[in-house]
Design a protein around this ligand. Structure first.
Ligand code: IVH
Length: 687
């Protein structure tokens, strides 16, 4: 092939790929598919390999990293990279504005540019005639480290600018890691037994300052450009114009930058950004305010190492260090035991934090949090404060490790481990689970006690009228009418409802008990296999496992539930109160027992008519955002489907949430249909 022709094709491919990189990484709006992109890329790689003379450092293929360096060379900045003075409060932002005005001898509003202050590390990129030639860290402001090879691997740094580019451009920006990528990176590090990064800033710095640029290439780094050093071949009047020119040359500039007329608009911008902080995919630690006019910037000049024309107007810090005084155990509505760190009070992001969740025992072990440890605590928006890491250097040796108890601290029932969660099996009598338990017990598809809402449940539990679900059947009218908002008539109606609920069916009663893993469908299956609640209570694990639709987790959960003394007492009380616990009741209400046959389509009660998942087998994997596993299971079972724990040829659908496990791969291998959460929701809501 003729050399000229090859070079032409190579150049065309590079231009095309550069353009698609720009659409994808800068504009976030790709115009071709990944496969198409891969095809172009592969073709370019092939040609470059075959004709090495064609290779240039600005080729899009040159982003994969190169041989490790012995050390970084130093790189001097032509114009020093300054730092910023901080304003931490509104008053300090106003003082900054007053200083600017005083210096400029004006009382007119100053035009500012307000920009998000990224929390990463500052770098400089040098473009000669539009080609990326060198890049360095800020270092001490005068000289930094030459990290050209590493910067080259960041996809959102163009290797060529969009013409017409200036003859020389020194552009400054912040390299950062988006929060999601940071979390993923830390998970991967932990899997490999490597220490996690404390925050996205450290992760960005650690990733960029790698002697082996192939490591940097594998890290999800990104950049926003916010200023310039030397520019030759282009003239500007304002900072805003510079930022727009950078954008035009294909560099990434934060779209949230804004012109503010006067400091009050900057204060408003700061407030807006602080509110939006948790929605943004990257970490911000404040906003930067800059005088827009370059002439005014010149007049203001520099005071030691910071310009007088700019300031960092910081947000409240969200991470602080403090000491763990104790670790206590919280019990949630579903019986989950949560270790909670009791802290020496510390102000985090404007709020005094005295306790922080440690999530579960696995987390305590992973982070190795001990009573007496010094820890970093974090508050992200409305999220409950959490312990990020232990400062192990501060240990004295007197710290005490922590283990969750094997009995519930509230009701004394046995605690079992379900995955990462330790759960109280007290169910019916655990005070923490009481309100939720009653709500479920009384719900339409369970005991169907009408007119008994959350408000009443709160009232009854708080006033101590009900201590377990069986107490519902011994409430006296005189207790009720003493409570607020109850009258003679309403109390009477309520008691009638309670009375009526005694004549229930076995599947409803089993379902009402709120046994974990036992939804409506499994309740029906159980009532088809046992004649009474008593029989079910005595069923062994093996007996339960003989039932077609009962898996090991469900069998285990049923056995544990009925073994718990408190639960047996409550059931005894229910029986004494006259609640029907025999199967005949069930048979009297055919719509709630399938008896192996589908429920009649005309059936009205309990919404059992829709059995569209009948004979369909589902497997769940990963984390769904809108349901927990149990809710998803129940939804499927309510529509007649079954949830299995492993993927096989018999599986009809695998529902894959975030971070699916090996079941996902297995489904792919077997060609089983995989639905994401949206598709799953679609399937449920379709008629
Ligand atoms: S301007 C003279 N703008 O904050 C102007 N800095 O000390 C110097 N930073 O590490 C910087 N976002 O990298 C500027 N929009 C932004 C910024 C920003 C983050 C960092 C900067 C440096 C520190 C300033």
């Amino acid at each position: 092939m003729d050399k000229k022709k090859i070079l032409k094709e190579i150049e065309k491919l590079r231009e095309e790929i550069n353009y698609h990189n720009y659409r994808y990484y800068i504009l976030d709006s790709p115009v071709i598919s990944d496969t198409e992109y891969d095809r172009l890329f592969k073709r370019l790689l092939e040609l470059e390999e075959k004709f090495p003379f064609s290779l240039t450092p600005d080729s899009p293929t040159q982003r994969i990293g190169a041989k490790p360096l012995e050390e970084f060379k130093t790189a001097a900045h032509t114009i020093p990279m300054l730092s910023l003075n901080n304003a931490n409060k509104t008053d300090e932002a106003r003082e900054f504005d007053e200083r600017v005005k005083r210096f400029l001898e004006t009382d007119k509003d100053i035009e500012y540019v307000a920009e998000p202050k990224m929390d990463g590390l500052a770098i400089e990129l040098i473009y000669a005639n539009g080609i990326f030639t060198a890049g360095s860290t800020r270092g001490d402001g005068y000289t930094g480290e030459d990290v050209t090879l590493n910067l080259r691997t960041i996809k959102s740094i163009p290797l060529r600018l969009i013409p017409p580019a200036p003859s020389r451009l020194e552009v400054r920006g912040e390299v950062f890691i988006p929060i999601k990528s940071f979390e993923r990176l830390n998970r991967e590090r932990e899997d490999k037994g490597e220490p996690p990064f404390a925050n996205p800033r450290n992760a960005a710095a650690g990733s960029l300052r790698q002697l082996d640029s192939r490591i940097t290439a594998a890290r999800p780094l990104d950049i926003y450009c916010y200023g310039v050093g030397v520019i030759e071949g282009a003239k500007f009047k304002t900072h805003w114009d510079i930022l727009h020119a950078l954008k035009g040359w294909g560099l990434k500039v934060n779209p949230l930058i804004k012109i503010c007329k006067g400091i009050e608009e900057v204060i408003q911008y700061h407030e807006d950004m602080e509110k939006r902080r948790d929605e943004l995919p990257y970490e911000l630690d404040g906003v930067v305010v800059k005088v827009n006019s370059l002439t005014l910037q010149d007049s203001l000049g520099i005071l030691t190492r910071s310009p007088r024309w700019a300031a960092a107007y910081k947000f409240k810090a969200r991470q602080e260090t403090t000491q763990v005084k104790d670790i206590i155990v919280g019990v949630g509505r579903t019986g989950a035991l949560t270790p909670v760190a009791i802290l020496s009070p510390v102000e985090v992001g404007g709020v005094t934090v005295e306790r922080a969740t440690l999530h579960n025992q696995d987390e305590v072990d992973r982070k190795d949090v001990r009573i007496g440890d010094w820890v970093v605590v974090q508050r992200a928006g409305d999220v409950i404060p959490e312990v990020v890491m232990v400062i192990k250097d501060k240990r004295s040796g007197k710290e005490r490790p922590f283990k969750l108890p094997d009995r519930c601290p509230l009701c004394g029932a046995a605690v079992v481990k379900e995955g990462a969660i330790h759960r109280c099996t007290g169910g019916l009598s655990c005070p923490a689970q009481l309100k939720e338990g009653i709500r479920h017990f009384a719900s339409k598809r369970a005991m169907n006690i009408e007119g008994f809402g959350d408000r009443h449940i709160e009232q009854f539990v708080e006033k101590g009228v009900i201590k377990d679900i069986a107490d519902l059947y011994s409430i006296k009218k005189e207790y009720i009418i003493e409570l607020e908002r109850w009258a003679d008539k309403s109390a009477e109606n309520f008691l009638n409802q309670i009375e009526k609920s005694k004549n229930t069916t076995l599947p409803r009663l089993i379902y009402a008990l709120g046994i974990r893993q036992v939804g409506e469908h499994i309740s029906k299956v159980l009532s088809e296999n046992f004649n009474s609640l008593d029989e079910l209570m005595e069923a062994s694990y093996d007996r339960l496992m003989e039932i077609h639709e009962i898996g090991p987790e469900t069998a285990e959960s049923i056995v544990t539930f009925f073994k718990e003394g408190h639960n047996r007492e409550v059931i005894e009380k229910l029986k004494k109160a006259g609640v029907k616990t025999e199967g005949q009741g069930a048979r009297a209400c055919p719509e709630l027992v399938s008896g192996g046959k589908p429920a009649p389509a005309s059936s009205k009660q309990g919404g059992q008519e829709n059995q569209k998942f009948k004979d369909k087998q589902f497997v769940l994997t990963g984390t769904l955002s809108e349901f927990n596993r149990e809710q998803a299971k129940e939804l499927i079972e309510n529509l007649g489907g079954r949830v299995a724990s492993a993927v096989s040829k018999k599986t009809d659908y695998v529902i894959a949430g975030a971070e699916p496990g090996s079941k996902y791969d297995k489904a792919k291998e077997l060609g089983v249909k995989i639905l994401n959460e949206e598709e799953f929701k679609d399937l449920i809501s379709r008629k």
